[in-house]
Design a protein around this ligand. Structure first.
Ligand code: FAD
Ligand code: NAD
Length: 469
């Protein structure tokens, strides 16, 4: 017998699950959200987006105070790092965010059920609490939002001290003198930036011949140059054969991806950031018959339904980019579908942002994808070095690059490296949602002097008529 009956039981309280639970409650459903972690908010709020951005922001301040203020005529004395205080800032931000979700659950009358959930069949979810006790929830519908976990490398054992995942890299007790980051993707570049700014000599070892694979090739190349100037070292097309803890650091063995001479690097800390994998351990998918693909992701249809009646899945545990806002939008969509509405997630307009400095932001197709699809396109590019506001900010690195269909002028993709690129990309995502042409953006009045004028100028450049270049 079930202890409680709900319209909806959501498993996992990350950005996919908690947003889904709140939206369903707004729509009048009786909702429970089961979470095995002690706090709400999932990977994103506890050990992902939020703590990493808190450390990126704080380390940017340190970098600016150390090297960036004299040019503005601001003299500062000896700048010192207080890593404990910086970590306390991060913890405070995390705490405020996870408590914020708790508040929202109370406000929307979402029941937070603490424990690990398992599909028990027949519309039931079994929840095992930390003390071993078990309760059963009965649900008309179930949404699985169990997220993802760190992908490990078979030859490397993560101890979260010297050989760390992103979780350990967000909580190092001291600044390592030397650090190797395995993987030149989102986490690799963000965490390499944090520790490099705080004083570590950081080498990024990437298996492919470029960083940020999947992003526009020109952006990857340009960003590597910028980060190289900041002091990051890159070993591309290089594979890691193993990592052994030594006293006091780690001995890392690498060789060229194509094979060749082995090389050993001795460093204080190694960060493994080679991707994440869908997490559904202990859910009882096999027993319930919920289908997964060859990468362990739960298979869903366009309405987030699995092959089992009444069971849905969203977020990192299904296919698509592993991004918090993608999970959130799917959470809202599935709640609305369950309420009989007809929502839609547009996967062609999901922005991606790497919060390095300058930031990298992207939405839509890359040049490489357009070429592969045989689409004829025009490019409009405008550099931040020609933007008045960027000059005033002393932040002139990077550009806005707009790709538009040659015939229709419709915006197909936008790629930005530059100050606040993550904020600038929002107008482009909105434009793409509305099917904007480059001409539409070019004719929209942009306030002066703003960084957004770079977007307008890039849109003008699609038609070969930028004003300020
Ligand atoms: P998750 O956030 O992983 O949440 C799943 C939850 O389910 C977890 O709390 C887990 O404990 C719980 N759970 C799992 N199994 C069970 C079970 N059986 N019973 C009960 N509970 C269960 N994305 C961005 O968009 N922007 C960023 O800046 C960004 N930065 C990141 C930085 C780092 C270091 C990392 C690691 C990730 C980052 N991401 C970022 C990715 C983002 O965190 C994920 O895409 C997002 O959290 C996915 O949300 P989700 O709800 O699908 O899953
Ligand atoms: P990623 O997929 O972004 O990057 C992994 C990198 O590791 C790739 O460049 C890949 O080629 C490389 N790699 C894979 N195997 C390797 C090997 N054996 N040796 C060397 N390099 C190897 O993954 P991530 O950086 O671990 O982040 C995981 C996910 O979390 C991201 O895909 C992203 O969806 C999400 N995330 C997002 C943000 C953000 O939105 N700002 C920040 C952090 C994480």
């Amino acid at each position: 017998m079930a202890d409680q009956t709900y319209d909806l039981v959501v498993i996992g309280a990350g950005p996919g699950g908690y947003v889904c639970a709140i939206r369903a409650a707004q729509l009048g459903m009786k909702v429970a959200c089961v979470e095995k972690r002690a706090t709400l908010g999932g990977t994103c709020l506890n050990v992902g987006c939020i703590p990493s951005k808190a450390l990126l922001q704080a380390s940017e301040k340190f970098e600016e105070a150390s090297h960036g203020l004299a040019a503005f005529g601001v003299k500062v004395g000896n700048v010192e790092l207080d890593l404990k205080a910086m970590m306390a800032h991060k913890d405070k931000v995390v705490d405020a965010n996870v408590k914020g979700v708790e508040f929202l659950f109370k406000k929307n009358k979402v029941a937070w059920v603490k424990g690990a959930a398992r599909l028990a069949g027949g519309g039931q979810v079994a929840v095992k609490a930390a003390d071993g006790s078990e309760q059963r929830l009965s649900a008309r519908n179930i949404v699985i939002a169990t997220g993802s976990e760190v992908s490990a490398l078979p030859s490397i054992r993560i101890d979260e001290r010297r050989i760390v995942s992103s979780t350990g890299a967000l909580a190092l007790a001291e600044v390592p003198k030397t650090m190797v980051v395995i993987g030149g993707g989102y986490i690799g570049l963000e965490m390499a930036s944090v520790w490099q700014r705080l004083g570590a000599k950081v080498t990024v070892v990437e298996f492919l011949d470029r960083i940020l694979p999947g992003m526009d090739g020109e952006v990857s190349k340009h960003m590597q140059r910028i980060l190289g100037k900041q002091g990051l070292e890159f070993r591309l097309a290089t594979k890691v054969l193993g990592a052994e803890p030594t006293d006091p650091g780690v001995a890392l063995t690498i060789e060229a991806a194509a094979g060749g001479k082995k090389e050993q690097l001795l460093v204080d800390v190694v960060l493994v950031a080679v991707g994440r994998r869908a997490f559904a351990d202990g859910l009882g998918l096999k027993e319930t018959g919920v289908a997964t693909d060859d990468r362990g992701r739960i298979v869903t249809d366009a309405h987030f339904a699995t092959n089992v009646q009444g069971i849905y899945a969203i977020g990192d545990v299904i296919a698509g980019p592993m991004l918090a806002h993608k999970a959130e939008d799917e959470g809202v969509a599935v709640a609305e579908i369950l309420a009989g509405q007809k929502p839609h997630v547009n996967y062609d307009a999901i922005p991606g942002v790497v919060y390095t400095w300058p930031e990298v932001a992207t939405v839509g197709k890359t040049e490489e994808q357009l070429k592969q699809d045989g689409v004829d396109y025009r490019i409009g590019k405008f550099p931040f070095s020609a933007n008045g506001r960027a000059r005033a900010m002393n932040m002139t690195e990077g550009f806005v690059k707009i790709l538009a269909d040659r015939k229709t002028d419709r915006v197909l993709g936008v790629h930005i490296i530059g100050p606040n690129a993550g904020d600038l990309i929002a107008e482009l995502a909105l434009g793409m949602e509305f099917g904007a042409s480059a001409e539409d953006i070019a004719r929209t009045c942009h306030a002066h002097p703003t960084l957004n004028e770079t977007v307008k100028e890039a849109a003008l450049a699609v038609d070969g008529r930028p004003i300020h270049m």
